[in-house]
Unconditional design. Structure first.
Length: 296
């Protein structure tokens, strides 16, 4: 053994598993975009924090009977973020297109939620967009910005017009967003509604809504969790999901139609690693559910 092997370790890769790119089915890409934050900043540190957390939790999923160690994962590293948010979104879209053309499932670790706009520009319009998020993010502009983490979902609807949009876990909106959602046909399920209905009834509603969709893009804003479970997010909002309900419902959504997904809005400096661990666990569960359903 050489000294470089004995005393030097590479930068952390997600889950500690690194297949060569050609063999991989899932490709992890960090997107440390942190340009339009309006309350807490710091999501640029999330990809590294989530990778570190992923190395220190177990990889077996009891919900699926799958082990992340058995999955073919390649961590590509982090996107080079530009000073201009539109240039960053362009770069992210180009890399996403490369991965899709190579028949990979992109797994994007953000980063602020604006990045979903860049990915969706390349995933295409014939995709259903499913978002777990406390917020609708349907404002037309906020603090003078029309492209930001508060407006990106409206830009997606206007510029890309996906097959369907469903937002899950909603509990923080303004009247403008409610009016736009009704006018434009953006569907959402509130936390209160989901608690009343329960997991199984809610899952049936989601299944019915997505029944005619061949492809799904999944985006996960960690503020969908209550701050008691995920305190280190950019815009924490009380009255959210607990971890068990979140993961149980998420498992009902993840199937063979997932073509890519992202996880966003962790600002790790606002706690002592709790939210990064939640994020890593969430990615593990999504990967295991998708793998199990595709094998079926």
């Amino acid at each position: 053994m050489s000294y470089r092997e004995l005393f030097v370790s590479s930068s952390p890769v997600f889950s500690g598993i690194q297949r060569i790119f050609e063999e991989a089915k899932y490709v992890v890409l960090g997107a440390p975009l942190d340009a339009t934050s309006t309350y807490r900043s710091g999501t640029r540190f999330a990809p590294l924090a989530i990778r570190e957390a992923s190395l220190n939790i177990e990889t077996y999923s009891f919900r699926t009977g799958m082990d992340v160690e058995d999955l073919k994962i390649h961590d590509l590293g982090d996107l080079h973020v530009a000073g201009d948010v539109n240039e960053t979104l362009k770069r992210l879209g180009l890399v996403t297109r490369d991965l899709l053309d190579a028949k990979k499932v992109p797994v994007i670790i953000g980063g602020e939620h604006t990045l979903t706009l860049g990915v969706m520009r390349r995933v295409g319009e014939n995709v259903a967009l499913v978002s777990f998020d406390a917020h609708l993010d349907l404002r037309n502009e906020y603090v003078g910005l029309t492209t930001s983490h508060t407006t990106f979902m409206r830009r997606i609807k206007e510029q890309i017009n996906p097959n369907k949009i469903l937002e899950i876990g909603t509990r923080a909106v303004c009247k403008e967003e409610l009016d736009y959602a009704k006018k434009s046909g953006v569907s959402f399920l509130t936390v209160q509604q989901i608690r009343r209905d329960g997991i199984e009834k809610t899952a049936k509603k989601i299944d019915t809504f997505l029944a005619d969709c061949d492809k799904i893009y999944l985006t996960l804003d960690m503020d969908v969790l209550d701050p008691a479970f995920a305190p280190a997010v950019q815009n924490p909002e009380p009255d959210g999901f607990g971890t068990p309900m979140f993961l149980d419902l998420l498992g009902k959504v993840c199937d063979h139609r997932i073509v890519a997904f992202d996880l966003v809005e962790v600002a790790p400096h606002y706690d002592k690693g709790i939210t990064a661990v939640q994020a890593a666990k969430t990615i593990f569960e999504v990967l295991c559910h998708v793998e199990r359903m595709q094998k079926r």
